[in-house]
Design a protein around this ligand. Structure first.
Ligand SMILES: NC(=O)C1=CN([C@@H]2O[C@H](COP(=O)(O)OP(=O)(O)OC[C@H]3O[C@@H](n4cnc5c(N)ncnc54)[C@H](O)[C@@H]3O)[C@@H](O)[C@H]2O)C=CC1
Ligand SMILES: O=C(O)CCC(=O)C(=O)O
Length: 409
């Protein structure tokens, strides 16, 4: 259990998957210099080794922080996903260990939306196969199967931060926009929500997926959904590789029911550049294959690096958990001249009373106290005079249900 506040040079920050330089700058500007940096994701066994003495870890979408990996991370206090998706982290296992997980919910959304619009145009013009042919010395000057996007229908599945931006950009090009979402959503512009997925599929010339990876979206696009798409239409997936059954998509392309596709995410992706990309879609010239770069623009990565690193620093320095995805959110003020104790516990009755009782018995004055809870976790932040911090910390460790506690000076 991580208990006391460490000198910053003792706090090890492990950054994987080539997170942007802005993350390193943010850590260093805040006094964190003990940084281990890797350009790629690490294989499971190496990850367990490298994470064993890390206090803060930063990943993107490739690294899998499973229960087992988190178990190996004995000193870990917090995780940063330098991306939107947090499906690569076992969030319940992190919560159980009192580890808040942060992400960047907006910073790369525009980049994904722009790519999807560009791909819609490319697909409707049949550019992928013309381009592939030209690379092999062929020449296909033809208007056959080539269309303007103006007046066509774009079907958006998942109308959240990305889906809505795709819709707005698409309308500016003259596309009609329909969307399907499990929630009732405010349609932007002239977009229209459709209550049944198969109805959207039947009327869309291009279908683009922007749902998160959940149990409900796993294999959401299989043979039945692909068959329900309009003959000659196109599929774009820049959400998660688990959403589309890739063999079913290959079959729909081989049977020419779909005219093309643009796929950015795959059920299995290489760990880094240089590793071979294997997919049954490689054989199709009419498929745009991109290596999970929907959010990979310099603008997005620079913003994400600074944003997520700042959240990790803030949690490490002052305990703030605002925007954590698996944890009670506490937005905390600075604590000059006070010692701040962080107590993370199972959310069960009586913990706060026991804490207050213990402090009262020790004669420690509580200068300020904050409590936030989620279904499973309780997060209490207590400020005392710094002289009293060690006995206070020891008392907190004895409270039944304690998952983790730490003191910040
Ligand atoms: N290719 C890339 O590089 C990137 C991929 N992504 C992926 O895109 C996903 C979406 O991102 P945002 O738009 O920011 O997320 P968001 O959370 O703002 O929107 C997701 C939308 O999907 C809806 N939804 C959830 N389950 C659904 C279901 N079963 N059927 C229909 N709708 C459903 C939600 O209600 C919500 O409106 C992320 O979770 C991430 O996995 C995000 C950024 C970059
Ligand atoms: O940039 C990345 O590594 C992943 C982007 C992504 O898929 C996300 O933000 O969820």
């Amino acid at each position: 259990m991580q208990t006391v506040s460490l000198a910053k040079d003792k706090i090890k920050v492990l950054l994987l998957e080539g997170v942007h330089q802005s993350a390193l700058d943010t850590f260093r500007d805040n006094g964190y210099h003990n940084i281990e940096y890797h350009k790629k994701a690490l294989p499971d066994s190496e990850l367990k080794e490298r994470i064993a003495d890390a206090h803060i870890v930063g990943i993107r979408s490739r690294s899998q922080l499973s229960d087992e990996v988190l178990e190996a991370a004995k000193k870990l206090i917090t995780v940063g996903c330098f991306c939107i998706g947090t499906n690569q982290v076992n969030l319940a296992a992190a919560s159980r260990r009192g580890i808040p997980v942060f992400n960047a919910p907006f910073s790369n959304t525009r980049s994904v939306a722009e790519l999807v619009i560009a791909e819609s145009i490319m697909l409707l013009r049949g550019i992928p196969e013309k381009n592939a042919l030209a690379h092999r010395g062929g020449w296909l000057k033809s208007a056959e199967g080539s269309f303007e996007v103006r007046g066509k229908t774009l079907g958006i599945v998942g109308y959240g931060h990305i889906g809505t931006q795709v819709g707005v950009l698409a309308e500016s090009l003259g596309l009609k926009v329909v969307f399907y979402d499990i929630e009732n959503k405010l349609p932007l512009g002239n977009a229209r929500q459709i209550g049944k997925l198969h109805e959207l599929l039947a009327e869309s010339d291009v279908v683009t997926l922007h749902v998160p990876e959940t149990a409900q979206t796993k294999d959401m696009f299989g043979a039945a959904e692909l068959a329900a798409m309009k003959a000659g239409s196109h599929l774009i997936n820049a959400s998660r590789g688990t959403v589309v059954v890739i063999e079913a998509l290959a079959a729909a392309l081989a049977g020419k029911h779909l005219a093309g596709a643009a796929i950015d995410v795959f059920p299995v992706e290489p760990e880094g550049n240089g590793e071979e990309f294997l997919s049954p879609l490689r054989e199709f010239d009419n498929v745009i294959l991109t290596p999970h770069i929907g959010g990979s623009t310099l603008e997005a990565q620079a913003n994400i690096g600074g944003e997520v690193a700042a959240k990790l620093v803030k949690y490490s320095d002052n305990g703030s958990t605002l925007t954590a995805v698996n944890f009670p959110e506490a937005s905390l003020p600075a604590h000059p001249g006070k010692c701040r104790l962080l107590h993370i516990h199972k959310n069960q009755p009586g913990v706060l009373a026991r804490i207050n009782d213990a402090f009262s018995k020790l004669g420690i004055n509580i200068a300020a106290q904050y409590l936030q809870t989620s279904d499973e976790i309780g997060y209490v932040v207590i400020e005392t005079d710094s002289a009293a911090s060690q006995p206070a910390l020891e008392a907190l460790q004895q409270i039944p249900g304690t998952l983790r506690c730490r003191v910040l000076y």
